[in-house]
Design a protein around this ligand. Structure first.
Ligand code: SF4
Length: 424
């Protein structure tokens, strides 16, 4: 979400006449786009602001702007701690930054705030469709910082994705903190399935993905749409966060592990060859060894293609930080993370080993150390050898090797080019 926000502010500042400067020390305007989902991310941002504040004493003309999740509705305390910052802006609130930069540089800001579609987008790019979250899980700071859910209208998104495709985009990932609740606040009410159907009509767009889902809002209609719309990739990220019902209740996730498993079964029954990823927190306040084992059991049962695991970290301002002492020690959290990582390394290496010898449509979306890389529709990262295709091409490639985290594809094992969009 932050990458997408930064790309859009970039467009705005470029329209004013500013140029990109990668070296922070050489920039006349510095925008720090902050993430505070974990304490370590917030500490990184405050460390940088401290450094920039000191440098500003020697360079008072430099404009320092801070945007993103660090800036809550009341940021009086931040203003006091970092008096050298010129402007504070909440997530997606570009206007105060643009106005401040305009006033300080004398550049006109006319036409700099509308239709902020990235000029040179990546082949696979992010499109925020719903901002904020109404869920208020007890451990999460996001609803306090990003506010309540606000969906963007379907036609506005259709036009933005059309412009992106005209600029070379082949794949979009529709983003929301809870993407499945897209459209519930719009009148007339629509949902993610309606949006995917509309975007699906855009010629030249090959793939549609979406992130992040919530088990309670991933409706049968959305699951059907993933299965029925050929451009929607058969890959679902469904966070479970904990496998124990008491812990889930303390987290206020709104489902039990049994209900989560029912949703997984429904997805697998409806979408052939679907790949599944998830998010998991270990060491939530009060989580016992036995309760942690329930998370492990769920991982073994589902066999996810990837797990984003994190140790619980207290976020000031959340319900959990006020009411639930952080009882699990740092060492124990590390141990639990290692158990999850080891288990997943085994599961993922077994899943990926089964893919060797099969062929997949791979959208080439980047290069790492001189080698092209791409992703399957199931979001498996594939490093390619053999040369030939260019960024943005889709190639049907044989898988020749596998590790828990990626696959190897040899373009010489490429079959005749299939339809770019696989018919389901
Ligand atoms: S659904 Fe996600 S973003 Fe919303 S409160 Fe829960 S964890 Fe945070």
């Amino acid at each position: 979400m932050n990458v997408a926000d930064s790309q859009r502010l970039d467009v705005s500042l470029e329209r004013m006449g500013l140029e990109r400067e990668e070296r922070i020390e050489a920039a006349d305007v510095v925008v720090v786009n902050t993430c505070v989902v974990r304490q370590s991310a917030e500490d990184t941002a405050t460390g940088l602001l401290g450094r920039l504040g000191k440098e500003k004493l020697d360079d008072p003309d430099r404009v320092i702007a801070v945007m993103g999740c660090m800036v809550g509705p009341d940021h009086t305390d931040l203003k006091r701690r970092f008096p050298q910052v010129d402007v504070w802006a909440r997530p997606q609130e570009f206007q105060p930054i643009v106005e401040t930069v305009g006033a300080r540089t004398g550049l006109s800001i006319e036409g700099c705030l509308a239709n902020l579609t990235p000029n040179q987008p990546d082949v696979a790019t992010f499109v925020p469709i719903v901002h904020g979250c109404d869920k208020f899980c007890t451990f999460c700071i996001i609803p306090y910082r990003r506010g309540r859910e606000m969906s963007r209208p379907v036609e506005e998104l259709f036009e933005e994705v059309t412009r992106l495709v005209e600029r070379g985009v082949k794949e979009v990932t529709l983003l929301g903190q809870n993407v499945d609740s897209y459209g519930h606040d719009l009148r007339p009410r629509v949902d993610l399935a309606d949006l995917m159907e509309r975007i699906h009509e855009i010629d030249g767009l090959e793939r549609i993905r979406f992130l992040t889902s919530h088990p309670n809002d991933m409706s049968r209609r959305i699951i059907r749409a993933i299965s029925d719309l050929p451009k929607v990739c058969e890959n679902v990220n469904l966070p479970f966060q904990a496998g124990d019902d008491r812990v889930l209740a303390e987290m206020r996730r709104g489902y039990t592990s049994g209900q989560f498993m029912e949703r997984i079964d429904e997805i697998r029954d409806t979408i052939p060859n679907v790949t599944l990823t998830t998010d998991l927190i270990v060491g939530f306040p009060g989580e016992s060894d036995a309760e942690f084992d329930h998370s492990i059991r769920l991982l073994e049962q589902v066999r996810f293609d990837k797990v984003h695991s994190a140790a619980y970290s207290e976020r000031r301002g959340t319900y959990a930080s006020r009411r639930m002492p952080d009882t699990v020690s740092r060492d124990e959290k590390k141990r639990r993370l290692r158990v999850v990582d080891d288990l997943q390394a085994r599961i993922q290496s077994e899943i990926n080993a089964d893919l060797v010898g099969q062929h997949f449509d791979i959208l080439v979306d980047g290069e790492t150390r001189g080698r092209l890389r791409g992703r399957t529709r199931g979001d498996k990262l594939v490093y390619l050898t053999g040369g030939g295709p260019a960024l943005g091409d889709t190639v049907t490639t044989g898988i020749t090797g596998a590790s828990p985290w990626s696959l190897e594809g040899d373009l010489r094992a490429t079959q005749t080019q299939k339809e770019l969009v696989k018919t389901k």
